[in-house]
Design a protein around this ligand. Sequence first.
Ligand code: B12
Ligand code: SF4
Length: 443
Amino acid sequence: MKITFILPAIGKKPGQKYIGTWKMEPLTIAVLKALTPKDVETELFDDRIELIDYHTATDLVCITVETYTAKRSYQIAERFRQRGIPVVMGGYHVTLCPEEAQEYADSIIVGNGETVWKTMLEDCKAGALKKVYYGGVGEYDVRPDKSIFEGKRYLPVSLIETGRGCCHSCEFCSISRFYCSKYYCRDHRLIVEDIKNSKHKYTFLVDDNLLADRANAMRLFEDITPYKMKWAGQGTLSMAKDPNLLKAMKKSGCELILIGFESLDRENLKQMNKSFNFTLGERDELVKRIHDAGIGIYATFVFGYDHDDERTVHDAVEFSKKHNFYTAAFNHLLPFPNTRLYDRLKSENRLLYDKWWLAEGYHYGEVAFRPKQLTAEKLSSLCRDARKEFSSPKTVWNRGIASLGRTSPLLWGLFWGMNLRLGEEIDQKMNVPIGENLDELPK
Ligand code: B12
Ligand code: SF4
């Protein structure tokens, strides 16, 4: 039996290359590969870096689907199904929108793959694929098999999973829906094995909220300290309240932590169910404590909540400049399917598309709903201007100097590589047509 894995791309502009910083190794595929019995042949087409061979000899096509890649995934599936090859789909979008995905696949997996993957393969071998397999979300003790990446050129960063899900339930977040606001930590022995086998000096710890379970996080930091790795991960501002946690993080090699500030406005935070960002205490002081611990911050903001206007966007940029964040993202709000945000905007009749992810002509950067105090176009351009302002030469210089004391030479080098290209990448990303303009192998 042979399986063809496909990681679909979002889309790209005609004649241009796919966005560079999106080319990370797809851990999802390495996990599914590890679950696959050794006598099953496998291949991977990563649509972001290579052309798909629609004529490949294969018995089953497996596509991992995110909302941004749903349109592309369905196009790819159609090509294989025309040849009579069965297609199975899974991933965030499929789990959040199972009825829609079922229209385009022979079978879908809702939730995690670990519990049902082998059964699905046996059913496929027997020609008896079920329409849907329910994988649940809790169990995932498997070590990824990255041999499937051989010969592919990804960014030189290892992705190592430390946990899934998050204890919070922010209104706009797909994670809180997928994992029903629960956090599942991964066995530390498996994490350590992954670290020992890591090919790169730099690691991104894949975890929606590394600090969701403090006791687990403290043990994890102790367990990984001996391996002297350098890592970046995702947390929340609450870590700043805990000096011992910060110390243990730094000692274990933490150099950069992504923090979702989302908004500086109290009413917006209330509306998105993220008031904890406000009630934690004085924000400037919390940021200072993280920086003083020698940890850089990747700050993320989201704009489009009902109390957002030009002023709130401006305030977030000024705040980010004042603190010289290592980097920052200024994104517009996007109603991902099956989130409470999506349901609310729909009930308020504010969605510009029923399914923006499938809408013809929809492009990256386009606001898909009616904000309260701004037009959709104005919100999109304010986000773009915020990114441009934050990547201006003077700001980059100030941030680079500030991060000198917080990061290793490796991450400092990466800072310049990343930030000097940032302005260019902002323009590349704007208006990427979703699901469009991807090249084909000559017939
Ligand atoms: C690492 C990461 C990235 C990396 C690499 C992405 C990649 N595709 O490899 C980078 C930084 C490039 C990135 C970029 C973006 N990302 Co991202 N990313 C992640 C992150 C943190 C980890 C992904 C991962 O490796 N998970 C570990 C694997 C093992 O878990 P899994 O994917 O869920 O797979 C399991 C199941 O879902 C299921 N499964 C999955 N696929 C399939 C397929 C089949 C056939 C089957 C049977 C089962 C199955 O089985 C697996 C094993 O249990 C996730 C959040 C998360 N915790 O997953 C966000 C996440 C996937 N990203 C997200 C987004 C929005 C983006 C961006 C659009 C952000 C932006 N505005 O630019 C871009 C898109 C870039 C692109 N797709 O080209 C969203 C997607 C939401 C959604 N509804 O689709 C997520 C969920 C984050 C979030 N907070 O909501 N991302
Ligand atoms: S804290 Fe982050 S991961 Fe957790 S629910 Fe909120 S946005 Fe999602």
